[in-house]
Design a protein around this ligand. Structure first.
Ligand SMILES: Nc1ncnc2c1ncn2[C@@H]1O[C@H](COP(=O)(O)OP(=O)(O)OP(=O)(O)O)[C@@H](O)[C@H]1O
Ligand SMILES: [Mg+2]
Length: 265
């Protein structure tokens, strides 16, 4: 077994990337798949969501930025349960770009991929989450990734930035000889049935073609509660169930697209 690295991304901020990655990782781990989540975002939204879900305060011996810049991630990892481990982030991840600035460009973009090697046998999937910027952090995530998706919000500005994001993926892949595959574009619809939504969905279909996920993410208030109080799958009410069902469909489509038939329930 060698872990596959998944990276849900868009340059645009606030398109639901982190939420999707956290829920996918959580759903898979609840289905007994061995998951590692690497939070490279100094905003640490993913870390916070795991903390509230597991009612804990992850505090690794070594902060992730130190692990990355000193060459060993062993003490940056926290095991949350049998199937889920996290390399949590904190504000200090914001030091990463400066610290690696003096290294040669290719060297500074391949740090994460090399340092994840010792963990490849332990996990089935490794999710990476980054801030929405072009930086050494995002380059490291792209270089480590096996599968990349674009999380696209159906608002005009967001759609434009997705096109730029895709252009950047392609250029990066050539320049750095990265190996990832584009696993598709996931739409996040704000107001279902709204005129702008419809217009952008049509444009997105023209642009991405079959790469567009059939299953979509919709704006659901319950997701906000999950972000504040934790993801709830057990003893849950109808809204929890509906929200979970929506993310399960997207997760299973992702699995199908990357050739994994072991779906989550
Ligand atoms: N399906 C959804 N329904 C309602 N709110 C959502 C949904 N998905 C995400 N959100 C909320 O939208 C906000 C942004 O989501 P999230 O942090 O996942 O986006 P992001 O793309 O990772 O942002 P950033 O670019 O800053 O990293 C959060 O407050 C989150 O709780
Ligand atoms: Mg985020």
């Amino acid at each position: 077994m060698s872990a596959k690295v998944i990276y849900n991304y868009n340059f645009k901020g606030g398109t639901g990337k982190t939420t999707l990655s956290v829920i996918e990782a959580y759903l898979l781990s609840q289905n007994n798949r061995d998951i590692l989540f690497v939070d490279l975002d100094p905003q640490s939204n993913a870390t916070d969501m795991f903390n509230v879900t597991f009612k804990t305060e992850m505090n690794p011996t070594t902060p992730l930025v130190d692990g990355l810049t000193k060459g060993n991630l062993a003490n940056t990892i926290i095991k949350l349960d049998e199937h889920l481990s996290v390399m949590p982030s904190d504000w200090s991840m914001s030091l990463f770009n400066d610290r690696v600035d003096k290294l040669e460009t290719k060297t500074r973009s391949t740090i994460l991929a090399s340092l994840l090697q010792p963990f490849m046998k332990e996990f089935e999937y490794i999710f990476v989450d980054t801030p929405p910027s072009m930086s050494s952090i995002t380059n490291n995530a792209l270089f480590a990734a096996d599968y990349v998706t674009a999380v696209v919000q159906t608002q005009r500005a967001s759609f434009q930035s997705s096109i730029q994001t895709l252009a950047y993926y392609n250029q990066f892949k050539k320049d750095y000889e990265a190996h990832y595959q584009f696993a598709g574009a996931i739409l996040y619809l704000f107001a279902t049935g709204g005129a702008i939504d419809r217009e952008v969905v049509t444009k997105a279909k023209d642009f991405f073609g079959d790469a567009i996920f059939v299953n979509k993410i919709y704006h659901r208030e319950r997701v906000k509660r999950w972000a504040e109080k934790g993801i709830k799958l057990e003893n849950s009410d109808a809204w929890d169930k509906r929200t979970a069902a929506m993310y399960k469909l997207v997760t299973n489509e992702m699995l199908k697209r990357i050739g994994d038939n072991n779906y989550v329930r």
